[in-house]
Design a protein around this ligand. Structure first.
Ligand code: HEM
Length: 364
């Protein structure tokens, strides 16, 4: 655990596996909303409605929402959806193949695929994406660009609210319709359903896009690994766990704030101080993982913490695993000889703490 000396806010950076595991499951550390950041200057705090996702919810309302969603996100529900997930992957890959080679795999596949899956399961219209995606992305950058977040949040809330009204009028076989019904029966309040919808737009697809894109980059950078997975599909479940450990996306994503003075990793964290657990660093801690910098598709055991821990652990973990597994398998089937396109390099957003390619030119 390290004290961030020059940070604007009194903060701790946590990178060791044991410490990260401890802090992300500790109820004395909460996930503050932007206005809850007591150290933000008054003028920078949002004056309108806030982006309250499930992460910022706590207590009985959070527990009730998690309970209402547990069936929909269970391993069994996800298994039932597998054929539809596979069909989405195949349709996108067919369209992608028709346009190349070379082609940008991010635009053609690793970005639309997780979005289509989440839209279909949750009941968000995929065809509305040009309205909500720019807002969701602006809201995601909330702590970096407060001005944009201020503008985007009410619009995003309005979009999800209109979606709830649509589900009330014309319910369908999707998660948002089911939650709306519970709300009408008085089992959940409308704000909780709204928070769920917002959570899906900000947490439900971008992460999987980044993991899938980075997994493909890793495989194509070491082509013998791509060939190995293509020829031995029995390796796929273990390979998915290894990508979850190895891909360096989940740093700077979880922001915690101490509600009381507490001892952590031999240090005293004072009430109000911020704690930044770096999950991706924890997943490369050499005290836990042998040769942590190596992509080992057969790694065992693999106790990574990519999905967090405790009451706020990732509710979409089964769905995310299915997307990674089906997404990679469909790619290996459709393009057995996929490679990085010669003369074109992937491009990256160097300003973002999440390392995943913006474009990924490939040939086949
Ligand atoms: C590879 C993909 C994914 C990774 C690595 C990931 C990782 C995480 C992590 C680390 C957390 C905990 C954050 C915290 O402690 O505050 C989390 C929370 C969450 N994730 Fe995921 N996630 C992924 C995909 C998904 C998907 C596909 C969905 C839903 C469709 C989803 C929905 C959520 C929600 C709603 C929460 C907040 C849960 C709560 O606070 O109760 N995630 N995710």
């Amino acid at each position: 655990m390290a004290w961030l000396r020059d940070a604007d806010t009194p903060s701790w950076f946590v990178s060791r596996y044991d410490d990260v595991r401890a802090v992300i499951g500790d109820p004395r550390l909460v996930r503050p909303s932007v206005s809850g950041w007591s150290f933000l200057p008054e003028e920078d705090r949002p004056d309108g409605p806030e982006l309250i996702t499930m992460m910022e919810m706590d207590g009985p309302r959070h527990t009730a929402l998690r309970r209402a969603l547990s069936g929909a996100f269970s391993a069994r529900s996800v298994r039932r959806r597998l054929p539809r997930i596979r069909r989405s992957a195949e349709q996108l890959l067919d369209a992608f193949a028709a346009g190349g080679p070379p082609g940008d795999l991010v635009a053609g596949y690793t970005e639309p695929f997780p979005l289509r899956v989440v839209c279909e399961s949750v009941g968000i219209p995929y065809e509305d994406r040009d309205s909500y995606l720019p807002l969701a992305d602006a809201a995601l950058g909330a702590l970096l660009t407060l001005e944009e977040a201020r503008r985007a949040t009410p619009l995003l809330r309005e979009y999800v609210r209109s979606l709830i009204v649509r589900k009330q009028r014309t319910p369908a076989d999707d998660i948002l319709s089911a939650l709306t019904r519970r709300c009408d029966r008085g089992e959940l309040d409308e704000e909780s359903v709204l928070s769920f919808g917002l959570s899906m737009l900000v947490a439900g697809y971008r992460t999987t896009t980044m993991f899938l894109s980075d997994a493909v980059v890793a495989l194509l950078t070491e082509p013998e690994q791509y060939a190995r997975l293509r020829d031995d599909r029995g390796l796929l479940p273990g390979a998915v766990e290894e990508f979850l450990r190895y891909v360096p996306v989940m740093n700077g994503v979880v922001v915690l704030q101490a509600t009381e003075d507490l001892e952590l990793g031999g240090q005293t964290v004072r009430a109000g101080e911020a704690v930044f657990p770096a999950l991706a660093s924890a997943n490369r801690d050499e005290a836990v993982f042998t040769e942590p910098e190596k992509l080992d598709l057969c790694r065992r055991p693999n106790p990574h913490i990519a999905f967090g821990r405790g009451p706020h652990n990732c509710i979409g973990a089964h769905l995310a695993r299915a997307e990674l597994s089906v997404g990679l398998e469909a790619l290996l089937d459709r393009f057995p000889h996929l490679r990085l396109a010669e003369g074109h390099s992937p491009t990256w957003d160097d300003a973002s703490p999440a390392k995943s390619p913006l474009t990924l030119p490939v040939s086949w």
